[in-house]
Each structure stands twice: as structure tokens, then as C-alpha cells.
Design a protein around this ligand. Structure first.
Ligand SMILES: Nc1nc(=O)c2c([nH]1)NC[C@@H]1CN(c3ccc(C(=O)N[C@@H](CCC(=O)O)C(=O)O)cc3)CN21
Ligand SMILES: CC(C)C(=O)C(=O)O
Ligand SMILES: [Mg+2]
Length: 276
């Protein structure tokens, strides 16, 4: 009942060892329920700060707090038996200094039980990555389209598309790998840049809108299930239309309540069995 060759519990070193081998399957989750649903398929479950937009209806990921990430992170860890779980550090919780990042990252791993954290940023975050990794916290750097830079980018726009910007991204990837990142999340860039990044680092790259050249792929789970439709990034493929199924089930419930068909006797207390 598994798409994987091993049912072994995924660890950070195991994810790292998948570089250039079997593709890494990664999905996001924000609740115990979703974490359980994706667990047989997901090697790496990411508690993404996109939950602020998907589950809370926020305008961007900037308003997501550390407390939100800890509560959702703990819920997702409770639902994960096989997947390795990493939690996004929210905006403002790590950019100030390596010490600030360690204080908040240590709360995340202690209070959720997750195995690592993910932070957005290029080589300016390399010192922070090294600081956390040296103190026992595995870090996944996130480069390219960084949603926490939405204002600087003027929207959620693909990155690294000019020759200079592409070179800078590849340089960022190398420096973050040298700093000790266990895997690199690459979002919203061209196939050329994604391929060069993947070829120039010794850690697996996980792509989202970053071509098939990466060592693994991630999507926001609600996007691929058709459970979220406020906006759809170009890179999303919808594998199911669960939103439509949910609406029709709820409509039937509503109609049956109005018509007095629900609940029937079998769902009522104090009814003698010979009446059923
Ligand atoms: N549900 C969800 N899925 C995601 O993938 C996601 C989030 N939320 N929230 C955080 C960020 C935001 N993301 C996004 C959101 C929109 C586009 C998008 O529509 N991009 C357009 C181009 C927009 C422009 O050029 O102005 C595209 O065509 O892909 C891309 C990434 C990715 N992340
Ligand atoms: C790219 C994905 C995994 C992410 O950062 C998020 O969902 O917040
Ligand atoms: Mg994120």
C-alpha cells in the first residue's frame, strides 16, 4: 500500500542521502488529519507558512506568527508516522540575528517534535544556517521565489530569470549548501537555473515551480486536491476536485435537514429496534 521502496521512518540524513537517487516526494500539511492523509506518500512533510493564506485567509505569509507555526507543527507531527517533518520559520522570527533564529528554532523543535526548520533567504542567511546546524537544528534553506519577500518582489513572481539574477541564485545555493543546509527548497525559477543549482550542490533540491530537474517536488496539498481556489499559481497541477465533492455533500445534508429526511430513525436514540 505504499509508493515507496522503504517504509522506514524518514530522517534528515535519509533525505540528504536521496540526492541524485529516487525522487523525493514532499507535501505540505497544517493539521493532524492532513498529515495522516499524506504520510504514506510524503517523504518530507513541510508545515508551510502558506497555511496563513490557505487556512486563515491572510493576504500574504507575513502575518503568520511563531505561535501559529508551533501549534500547527505539533498537530502535523502527531499525524506523521513515516514522513520527516520540517516547519517553516515565520517572517520576523529569524532574520534579525543567528541568536534570534536559534531561540525561535529551538522552540519549534522542542515544542513540536519536528526534525528541522525551513528559512527563506540567500547567502545573507548562510551564517544563520551554520549557527543553527552547528547547534543541532537541521535547516532547509528556501531560495528563488520567497513569499516572505512579496513586497520586495512586487507580487509572487518567478525569480532568477535574467542571466545575472540566475547566477546570483546559483551562488546562493552553493553558499547555503556549504553552510550546512540538509536540502534546498527552490521555488519559482527557470529549468536552466534549477538544473544548474541541482548540479552544483551535494544536497537534494526540492522544487516548486522549478522544473523537473530538482531531486524532489513539493506542492501545497490543498492546491493539488482542489481544496483551495482563491488563486492558483501556474505551477500547480490539480489531481482532484475535492472542493466540488465537499460542496455537493454539504448541499445534500442541507436539503435533507430542510425536508426532515435527516436524521432517520436508525440515527435516533430511544427507538425500539423492531421499528427500524
Ligand atoms: N495555496 C498556496 N499555494 C502556494 O504555492 C503558495 C501559497 N499558497 N502561499 C505562499 C506562496 C505564494 N505562492 C504563489 C502564489 C501565486 C503565484 C502566481 O500566481 N504567480 C503568477 C505570476 C504572478 C505575477 O507575475 O504577478 C503565475 O503565473 O504563476 C505564484 C506563487 C506560492 N505559495
Ligand atoms: C514552498 C512551500 C513548501 C512553502 O514554503 C509553504 O507552503 O509555505
Ligand atoms: Mg513557506
Amino acid at each position: 500500500m505504499s509508493i515507496h521502496t522503504t517504509n522506514k521512518r524518514m530522517t534528515i540524513p535519509l533525505i540528504r542521502s536521496m540526492k541524485g537517487g529516487e525522487k523525493i516526494v514532499s507535501l505540505t500539511a497544517a493539521t493532524k488529519w492532513m498529515s495522516q492523509m499524506i504520510d504514506p506518500v510524503s517523504d518530507l512533510t513541510i508545515v508551510g507558512d502558506s497555511l496563513g493564506m490557505v487556512s486563515y485567509g491572510l493576504e500574504s505569509t507575513l502575518q503568520v506568527t511563531l505561535e501559529m507555526m508551533i501549534l500547527h507543527g505539533a498537530a502535523v507531527v502527531r499525524g506523521a508516522k513515516r514522513a520527516c517533518v520540517v516547519v517553516d520559520m515565520p517572517f520576523g522570527s529569524y532574520q534579525e540575528s543567528p541568536r534570534q533564529a536559534f531561540q525561535n528554532a529551538s522552540r519549534i523543535v522542542r515544542e513540536t517534535g519536528a526534525q528541522g526548520v525551513k528559512i527563506e533567504g540567500g547567502k545573507e542567511m548562510a551564517e544563520t544556517v551554520g549557527f543553527l546546524v552547528d547547534r543541532g537544528i537541521p535547516v532547509m534553506p528556501h531560495i528563488g521565489l520567497m513569499p516572505q519577500h512579496v513586497h520586495a518582489m512586487g507580487g509572487f513572481k518567478a525569480q532568477g530569470l535574467t542571466e545575472n539574477a540566475g547566477k546570483k541564485l546559483i551562488e546562493d545555493a552553493k553558499v547555503l549548501c556549504e553552510a550546512g543546509g540538509f536540502s534546498l527548497l527552490v521555488e519559482g525559477t527557470s529549468e536552466t537555473v534549477a538544473r544548474q543549482i541541482t548540479e552544483s550542490v551535494r544536497i537534494p533540491t526540492i522544487g516548486i515551480g522549478a522544473s523537473p530537474c530538482c531531486d524532489g517536488q513539493v506542492l501545497v496539498t490543498e492546491d493539488l486536491l482542489g481544496l483551495f481556489s482563491d488563486y492558483t499559481p501556474k505551477f500547480v497541477k490539480q489531481y482532484a476536485d475535492l472542493g466540488t465533492q465537499i460542496k455537493s455533500a454539504l448541499e445534500r445534508f442541507g436539503k435533507e435537514v430542510q425536508e426532515g429526511e435527516f436524521p432517520d430513525l436508525s440515527r435516533c436514540f430511544g427507538v425500539s429496534s423492531n421499528k427500524l
